[in-house]
Each structure stands twice: as C-alpha cells, then as structure tokens.
Design a protein around this ligand. Structure first.
Ligand code: TPP
Ligand code: MG
Length: 336
C-alpha cells in the first residue's frame, strides 16, 4: 500500500531519486517550450527540434552515467545536454547566438556541446553521431579509461549507413558504447515503418550480436532500470549494448511543424501516455504531495524564464571572433 501523501512523510531513496529525475524532465520541457516561443518571437533563428514527450529517455540514461562519462547527441539534442548536466542558461544563450553560449554563440541549437559535463555535441547529420561516439569509445579504450559512451539515435537514422558501420566497429573492438534508439515512429514527415524493412532497430542491432533491451521509453522508471543494467554491463567490460526505447514525440518534427501528416487524433491520444504525467501519478502514489509537485513545475518554469532573460541581455559575439575556434580556415576567403 502506498504511503499517505502527507507533508513531512519520509520518502524512500527511490522516490527521491525518481523525483529528482522528474524535475530534470520538467526543466527540459520548459526549455523546449521556451525555445519554440523565442523562435516565434524572432530571437532564435533556424529551427528548434523539441523532445516533448521523449524526456524520460535522456533523463534516465544520463541519470545513470557519471559526469565524466560521455554522450553524443543528434539534431534533437536539448534534452540530452540538459540531462547530462549542461547549463540551460548557457544553452539558451547558444540558441540566441550570444556571448556565454555553450559554443560562444556560434553553433546554435544543433551544435550544442559542453565537454565539461561530457556532452560531446549535437549533430545535424543523421547517424553521424554514431561514428563519433564509436570513435570516442575507442579513445576511451585506448587510454585505458573506465568511461562509458552513450549515443542517442532516432529510429529514422537507423536506415543510414553510419549506424551499421558503427555497430560493427563497436562490436569488433568490444567498445564501451551504449546505443540508445529513441524510437518515436517518425522521421520528419514519414512514418518510419513505411520505409523500414525487417524487424526494425532492435532486430538490426541484435544481428551484430549486440545485446538489446527494449523498453517503454515513456516510463521513466523502466528506462532507469534498463539503463542502469546496460551501463553496469558496459562498465564491467561487457562491450557495446543497445537500448531500444519506444516513445512518441508530441510535437511535429521541428517546433513550427503542426504534424498535419499524422493520423487524426493521434497527438491527443498520445498525451495520455506521456512521461511527465505518468511519473507524476507514480510520485503521488508514493506520497509526494501535490504541493511538492506543483513547486517542481514552478521551479522549472522560473529557472528557464531566468535563462531566457539572461540570454536576451547577453551581447552578440564580436565579428572579429568569427573564425576563432573554426578548424578549417584555409579557403581563399578565410583569413588565417
Ligand atoms: C544525412 C541526413 N539526411 C537527411 C537529413 C534531414 N533530416 C533531419 S531530421 C530527419 C529525420 C530524423 O528522424 P529520426 O532519426 O527518427 O529522429 P527524430 O527526428 O524522429 O528524433 C531528417 C530526414 C539530415 N539531417 N541528415
Ligand atoms: Mg524518429
């Protein structure tokens, strides 16, 4: 029987742990909502890829990693960066293109990186993060470190070559790599199942003799348990592992995409299964009071409002810095 939901009730360590992850999910959602709003207001340029509805995967995977473990993200990287510990204000400044951004304001949403927390970077080229992560995992092995490398890949991206090359390489060299497939069923405007042969990402990974765990990616506790087991296996020398997490993105491909290509009623139906509400219901059963849950929502909103306010005030980088930190400056129009 769950404990009574009264103020002052001592909560179990597991409840506190999940409550902490719940707060990170709220922070991610608030960040993604604000990022879209700032795009609409013309303060953020380009596109914003939100992870609304998918937050549990990033949070539970990164929540089982050490700070010095490494992750490689993809085009939809805000959730991964925040979950790994990147500062949301520095990230918001990056989206605004301002000084103090994670990449000096010169990378934008799809290039967020923060090596101080082991976030190697986002990447707009589908599945190429897999190759970078395999390389990072090989470096970890060559240096004799005990770090784990995690890489997030979308279901649609598993139809690209680098996915297979990297799985093969990781298996052959027994690399400490956790591949996390966030399977939201869509690749841009295409239902991934309509362009994918065979049994999908989990079957494909298993064909490389890489152990696979499939999980309901909207169940924070289920992802937490699966990630804990797989990361433990890797840390103990078990080689690459594959986590297939089924989820659903509650927005279109980019934030301004209304998802008109989705079947009527699909969005509405899926809101009932999204991870924040589900986790909230579980926390309430464990005795977390409505007041504490409400306070968590308010804190996330306030934190991101501060991030936005600070980003608005930050200056743009000086034009003289345009070529700083750029690797290839050898072209005729690029002064050395
Ligand atoms: C090599 C390459 N081809 C095409 C694109 C355009 N593109 C960007 S995201 C996307 C769909 C990605 O789907 P998925 O991997 O399932 O990730 P999701 O967006 O669902 O998170 C496509 C086709 C790209 N960025 N890179
Ligand atoms: Mg997808």
């Amino acid at each position: 029987m769950p404990p009574a939901a009264t103020a002052g009730t001592e909560r179990s360590n597991q409840t506190e742990r999940i409550f902490g992850m719940f707060k990170t999910m709220l922070l991610i959602r608030a960040f993604d909502e604000a990022a879209h709003q700032m795009l609409v207001e013309g303060l953020v340029h380009g596109s914003v890829h939100q992870s609304i509805g998918q937050e549990a995967i990033a949070v539970a995977v990164c929540g089982n990693m050490r700070r010095d473990d490494l992750i490689q993200s993809n085009h939809r990287g805000h959730a991964h960066a925040i979950a790994k510990g990147a500062n949301p204000t520095a990230m918001m400044k990056e989206l605004f293109g301002r000084v103090g951004g994670t990449n000096g304001g010169k990378g934008g949403s799809m290039h967020i990186a923060d090596f101080s927390v082991g976030m190697l970077g986002a990447n707009g080229i589908l599945a190429d993060g897999m190759s970078l992560a395999a390389g990072a995992a090989q470096a970890v092995t060559l240096k004799g470190e005990d770090k784990v490398v995690g890489v997030f890949v979308g279901d649609g991206s598993t139809n690209r070559g680098p996915f297979y090359e990297s799985l093969n390489w990781a298996k052959v060299f027994h690399l400490p790599l956790l591949v996390v497939c966030e399977d939201n069923g869509y690749a841009s405007t295409t239902a991934t199942s309509s362009v994918t042969s065979g049994g999908g990402p989990a079957v494909r990974a298993a064909s490389f003799d890489i152990p696979v765990v499939s999980v309901d990616g909207n169940d924070l506790r289920a992802v937490d348990a699966a990630a804990a087991e797989l990361i433990e296996r890797i840390r103990n020398g078990g080689g690459p592992q594959f986590l297939h997490a089924a989820t659903y993105r509650l927005t279109g491909h980019v934030s301004k995409d209304q998802g008109m290509y989705r079947p009527a009623g699909e969005f509405e139906q899926r809101w009932d299964h999204e991870p924040v509400r589900r986790c909230e219901a579980w926390l309430a059963e464990q005795g977390v009071s409505p007041g504490d849950i409400e306070a968590a929502h308010s804190a996330a909103q306030a934190a991101i409002a501060t991030s936005v306010a600070e980003a608005k005030l930050a200056p743009f980088p000086a034009p003289s810095l345009a070529y700083a930190d750029v690797q290839d400056v050898g072209g005729p129009s690029c002064p050395k």
